[in-house]
Design a protein around this ligand. Structure first.
Ligand code: SF4
Length: 170
C-alpha cells in the first residue's frame, strides 16, 4: 500500500465502525464534539490516568495520534469497553500504519475504570481488511449528504445526538 493512500485518521476509522453518519458529520467538521460531556470525560481521564507514564503521545504525519508507545506496544486509553470493536479497529489501523513505516508493534487498549487491558495483534486478515475500510471511509465522506440516521444504542452518548434526534419521535 502506498503512503499517500493512507488518508484516514484513527478517529475516522473508529467512527466508521460506530456510525457512518457520525463519520460523515465529523469529517465535514460539523463538530459538536468539544461540547460533548463524554468526550470531555475521556480527555480528563486521558490526562489524569497516565500522567506518570514515561512514553509520550506520538503524532505521525498528522494522521494518527497514539497515546503511548514503547519498544513492544502501542497503547490507547478508553473510558469504557462498550465500543470495543471500534476501539479495536482504531488500534489495528495504528498498527497497520506503523507497519507501513517498518515499525512492528502489538497493541494494548487500557480501560482504567474497568481495570482491564486488551491485547491486540495485527493479523493477515486485518491487513486485507484495512485498505477496504479506508476505501469505505473515502466513499462515505465524499457523499453530498450525510448517510441516513439509524437509531443505535450508542446514539444517546453521541455528540451529534441533538443534531440527529431532538424533536424526533422516539
Ligand atoms: S446520534 Fe446516532 S445516528 Fe446520529 S451520528 Fe450519532 S450515532 Fe449516528
Amino acid at each position: 500500500m502506498q503512503w499517500d493512500d493512507l488518508k484516514a485518521t484513527g478517529l475516522q476509522v473508529q467512527y466508521l465502525k460506530v456510525c457512518e453518519r457520525k463519520l460523515w458529520l465529523h469529517s465535514h467538521q460539523l463538530g459538536f464534539e468539544d461540547e460533548d460531556d463524554k468526550v470531555q470525560q475521556g480527555k480528563v481521564l486521558h490526562d489524569t490516568s497516565y500522567q506518570r507514564q514515561k512514553s509520550k503521545e506520538v503524532l505521525i504525519e498528522n494522521l494518527i495520534r497514539i497515546d503511548m508507545m514503547d519498544k513492544h506496544y502501542v497503547g490507547e486509553v478508553k473510558s469504557s469497553s462498550k465500543m470495543g470493536q471500534a476501539d479495536k479497529a482504531q488500534i489495528l489501523y495504528y498498527l497497520f500504519v506503523l507497519e507501513q513505516m517498518g515499525i512492528y508493534r502489538k497493541g494494548k487498549i487500557h480501560y482504567p475504570k474497568e481495570k482491564r487491558v486488551d491485547e491486540i495483534e495485527l493479523t493477515e486478515e486485518d491487513r486485507e481488511a484495512i485498505p477496504k475500510w479506508l476505501a469505505q471511509i473515502q466513499q462515505i465522506i465524499q457523499l453530498d449528504k450525510p448517510p441516513k440516521k439509524k437509531k443505535l444504542r450508542y446514539c444517546t452518548k453521541c455528540a451529534y445526538y441533538s443534531f440527529c434526534w431532538v424533536g424526533e419521535e422516539e
